[in-house]
Design a binder for this molecule. Structure first.
Ligand SMILES: NC(=O)c1ccc[n+]([C@@H]2O[C@H](COP(=O)([O-])OP(=O)(O)OC[C@H]3O[C@@H](n4cnc5c(N)ncnc54)[C@H](OP(=O)(O)O)[C@@H]3O)[C@@H](O)[C@H]2O)c1
Length: 269
């Protein structure tokens, strides 16, 4: 709980049908937020919206592909038509990659990941920003520890998450004094369906979960931390002890961090 920072707060949440986004939706619903949920597949999305309403919140499902600019514009228009304002935008939709760069047949998957993770966040932010300035609202961007450092078999994903960090860190500076906070979130491994949607070798969707869920953070814990960071208008949140310590070690001994990452990935995570 976050002292009701999100009670009657109009939240546009992308990637709201699954994993971290679904948990954020449920926890915000419990706080009484007014939700606008976006993702591509409409049935799953509506199921989550329905569950949010059952928990006492107002919630609408707006099927959206965030990699298509006009759909992001329509998403924001729909939010305004429904609630008349936007208080919070959570750019959470994203897909990952589980393949070496030299296993891709073309660079199309790299462009696809960039369009979803980076441009999807940029488009939604562009259309929501005038409304967020009026409400002195909050922008949240869900990056990844792969947005802080390179990770093997995640080159395109890591690139897109570094791009998000650069964009939102810059935007925060531009918005200083305008009352709009920008919070960038860097989760470590979280137990979600991200592996099933990830780009695999050859560029096709992987369709399986390669991460051992029991050994990683639960999605509800990740959501709790995201909501608390957004409520407090923190500039960033780096999750996991390894993530926090790793960013300091990287300054002095980047080669050591590379070796630790290689070892972690070889253990199957
Ligand atoms: N799980 C992890 O270990 C982890 C770690 C660090 C960061 N993250 C980040 O956390 C965020 C959420 O990931 P997750 O782990 O919760 O994955 P997930 O369970 O696969 O959920 C991803 C969500 O994004 C939506 N989405 C995917 N492509 C989309 C598109 N083109 N347009 C609109 N929505 C789209 C999906 O719905 P549809 O497929 O129906 O569109 C789904 O709702 C991502 O940005 C991810 O990079 C995850």
């Amino acid at each position: 709980m976050t002292d009701n920072a999100f009670r009657e707060n109009v939240v546009v949440l992308t990637g709201g049908s699954s994993g971290i986004g679904r948990e954020v939706a449920y926890q915000l619903a419990a706080e009484g937020a007014f939700l606008v949920l976006a993702a591509r597949e409409p049935t799953l999305l509506e199921t989550v919206a329905e569950e949010c309403r059952r928990r006492g919140a107002r919630a609408i499902a707006v099927p959206t592909d965030v990699s298509v600019e006009v759909q992001c514009s329509a998403l924001i228009e729909r939010a305004i038509a429904e609630y008349g304002r936007i208080d919070t935008l959570i750019n959470n939709a994203g897909i990952s990659m589980h393949a070496r760069f030299d296993e891709l047949k073309t660079v199309e998957p790299v462009e696809r990941i960039m369009r979803i993770n980076y441009f999807g966040s940029v488009y939604c932010t562009h259309y929501a920003l005038p409304h967020l300035k009026r409400s002195r609202g909050r922008i949240v961007a869900v990056s990844s520890l792969a947005g802080k450092t390179g990770v093997p078999r995640r080159s395109a994903y890591s690139g897109s998450k570094h791009a998000m960090a650069g964009f939102f860190d810059s935007l925060r500076l531009e918005l200083a004094g305008e009352g709009v906070s920008v919070t960038v979130i860097y989760p470590g491994f979280v137990a979600t369906e991200i592996g099933t949607r990830a780009v695999g070798p050859g560029g096709k969707t992987l369709g399986k979960r390669p991460v051992r869920d029991a050994e990683v953070m639960a999605a509800d814990e990740c959501a709790r931390q995201i909501i608390a960071a957004a409520a407090a208008r923190r500039r960033e949140l780096v999750m996991t002890r390894q993530g926090r310590i790793g960013q300091w070690i990287k300054l002095a001994a980047p080669g050591l961090v590379d070796r630790l990452i290689l070892r972690t990935m070889e253990r199957g995570r």
